[in-house]
Design a protein around this ligand. Structure first.
Ligand code: 5AD
Ligand code: SF4
Length: 617
């Protein structure tokens, strides 16, 4: 009998780059099981939300999507809805009570189980409400639970019993379905980590099944635009008082260097030229080989040792240890196909000169650092439990600039930050101190957030959220206005420089034009794709300041611009320092010739968001 055609999946991602990567990995796993994806939620019979809990606003969006899905499910009872990521972990099974529309709840530490959960939910969909028993992997321990939805079995995630959800072999693939042997009598599928990740005090994590998700990443030459994320650490041990991440993503865990390098090689072989290494505190990366544990032939990720600040080199550096500096150097040297290597997000303390020197000496490592200060006030830093003072932060910024800022060789250092405005107890003097910090740090851009109290955090439990909403808003706006002036100045400093630009796609202006053309073509029955992608999803910024040089032009330094292609084909990309540049596609070249490549662009104009330039010879 022919296999039934697979249901279409829609996945929407909220939040950080880590979530984007998680969605990509999960989508790859589902694709390999035969599922296909749609960008149109209404055409999908499996709708997945990969959620973020860092601020309430992101959670509200998901709650409103779930409301819409609840209405839809009345018409389509077979619809499968999944909540993945931090919100699933934070809300736990309470979410199933508040949103009965949810069939799948999967925390960020359990995503390797998601493909089998989706498969199970799809097969049992339509059977809602009939039976009482359901199987769950939830917050540690094993026992019986009673909820409003019935009685079920609790299986601790990570325990052998949690392997009740087997490795995914889909009923939609030609192989027989291993999971079809599983008897699920009701469709709710739950996998949450709880605080299981913090239970072991040893460096080695027990069998880390999530590592398998990263290891099984499917890399194909056609499904990227030249850029990819690679995870090097997961979780966080910092417990900043405002932050939900240590509670949702668990303890800091570091991947074995061989796994990371191998993944980078596979990506480079598939044509990826830009890799961003990801971690919540990425510069804490360290792998102690003497303590490595192998389970089933796979070297396991390792728990992070707690850092004591104040060093300028990793104190554990040595033959048996791969430090963050070592890892960067190895990727740079062993995977030369990666022309751009960057990493986010760095924790400002514990950032040694060893790392800065490797960046300086490695031409393919970007001179870009994202090092959030969060506030300019020492008092607030203490309340936030950040573990450093403003003078220590500024010492780091100065040290980084002294080693890495070399505009004279076209290698300026750019620094980005994050600020939380209106944290508990923040006075006007604290706010002014933050404004001073922005002036002093001179970020190329800074994300400025209004403090959002998060249940489960120390600040939520112990510190009153006492800055009125209108004051928070005003402070955010004042800081944004100041930062815009600084970003504008920094962009303008690049006018006249020729910088390598990694071309990511059509600019917003060109995308709009492509959309118009696509609509016209659709009427005539023609489909338009660029780089195998739907142009509607090309990345870019609106470049009202688009460069208009009409013919080829020789600059003072002898470089010559290539004649632009004509109106409408404008491309966008990023410099080594993560600045956005738009430029017209030169005549005689198609966007496909340039997308995914690094091309020399001379900057001719700039504002705080975007620089514009021309491709030069
Ligand atoms: N409220 C506002 N912003 C927050 N961030 C983290 N937690 C909160 C919160 N409760 C910000 C920090 C962090 C970024 C990812 O999100 O600035 O660096
Ligand atoms: Fe959250 Fe602080 Fe960890 Fe960053 S370092 S993820 S802000 S707890």
């Amino acid at each position: 009998m022919p296999a039934p055609s697979p249901p279409q999946v829609y996945i929407e991602t909220f939040g950080c780059q880590m979530n984007e990567l998680d969605s990509e990995l999960v989508s790859g796993a589902l694709r390999s099981m035969g599922y296909s994806f749609t960008a149109d939620a209404s055409a999908a019979s499996v709708v997945l939300y990969n959620t973020c809990s860092v601020r309430d606003h992101a959670e509200q969006k998901v709650r409103s999507r779930l409301g819409e899905m609840a209405l839809r499910k009345k018409e389509e009872p077979g619809l499968v809805v999944g909540v993945l990521g931090c919100m699933a972990e934070r809300d736990g099974v309470d979410m199933l009570k508040r949103f009965p529309v949810v069939d799948i709840l999967c925390g960020p530490g359990e995503l390797d189980k998601l493909p089998a959960m989706v498969d199970n939910a799809v097969r049992t969909s339509g059977a809602h409400g009939g039976e009482e028993e359901f199987q769950r992997g939830v917050r540690g321990g094993r026992g019986e639970i009673q909820s409003e939805m019935g009685r079920g079995t609790v299986v601790a995630a990570g325990s052998p019993a949690a392997g009740g959800i087997p490795n995914p072999v889909s009923l939609y693939s030609s192989a027989p379905s291993a999971s079809s042997a599983l008897k699920l009598s009701a469709p709710k599928q739950v996998a949450l980590q709880g605080n299981a990740s913090r239970r072991s005090a040893t460096l080695a994590a027990a069998a880390d099944s999530l590592e398998m998700l990263d290891l099984s990443r499917s890399v194909s030459p056609t499904d990227h635009n030249g850029s990819a994320y690679v995870r090097i650490t997961r979780g966080c041990n910092k417990f900043c008082t405002y932050c939900v991440v240590p509670h949702t993503r668990g303890a800091e865990v570091h991947r074995p260097p061989e796994h990371i390098i191998d993944e980078c090689k596979r990506l480079a072989d598939a044509g990826v030229v830009e890799v961003t290494l990801l971690g919540q505190t990425v510069n804490h990366y360290r792998f102690e080989h003497a303590s490595a544990v192998t389970v089933g032939g796979v070297v396991q990720p390792q728990k992070g040792r707690s850092f004591t600040g104040g060093h300028t080199r990793d104190p554990f550096a040595g033959a048996q240890v791969t430090t963050f500096a070592d890892l960067l150097k190895r990727i740079h040297d062993e995977v030369p196909g990666i022309l751009r290597l960057r990493f986010v997000t760095s924790y400002p303390r514990d950032f040694g000169d060893d790392v800065l020197e490797v960046i300086r000496d490695s031409p393919r490592i970007c001179r870009y650092l994202h090092v959030p200060a969060q506030t300019g006030s020492d008092r607030m830093l203490t309340a936030m439990n950040r573990g450093y003072s403003i003078s220590e932060y500024l010492e780091f910024i100065d040290r980084a600039r002294a080693i890495l800022h070399q505009p004279e060789i076209n290698r300026p250092l750019t620094i980005a930050g994050d600020i939380i405005a209106g944290f508990c107890g923040e006075t006007e003097a604290d706010h002014l101190a933050t404004a001073d910090l922005l002036r002093r740090a001179r970020y190329k851009n800074c994300f400025i957030f209004k403090y959002s109290p998060r249940p489960g955090t120390t600040a939520y439990d112990r510190l009153p959220d006492d800055v009125p909403e209108d004051v928070k808003r005003r402070r955010v706006n004042e800081l944004l206005a100041l930062q815009q002036t600084i970003s504008d100045e920094i962009s303008r400093e690049h006018i006249g420089q020729t910088l390598g630009v990694f071309v990511s796609g059509l600019s917003a202006r060109a995308t709009k034009a492509a959309k118009r053309k696509e609509r016209a073509n659709a009427a005539a029955g023609v489909t338009l794709t660029i780089s195998g992608r739907d142009p509607v999803h090309a990345e870019g910024t609106d470049a009202s300041n688009a460069c208009t040089i009409d013919a080829s032009h020789v600059f003072d330094d002898g470089s010559e611009s290539l004649e632009p292609h004509g109106p409408g084909v404008q491309l966008t990309g990023r410099t080594d320092g993560d600045l956005i540049v738009v430029f017209d596609c030169p005549s005689g070249m198609s966007p496909d010739d340039l997308i995914g490549r690094v091309v020399p662009v001379r900057v001719v104009d700039a504002n705080q968001l975007t620089m514009s330039g021309v491709v030069v010879r």
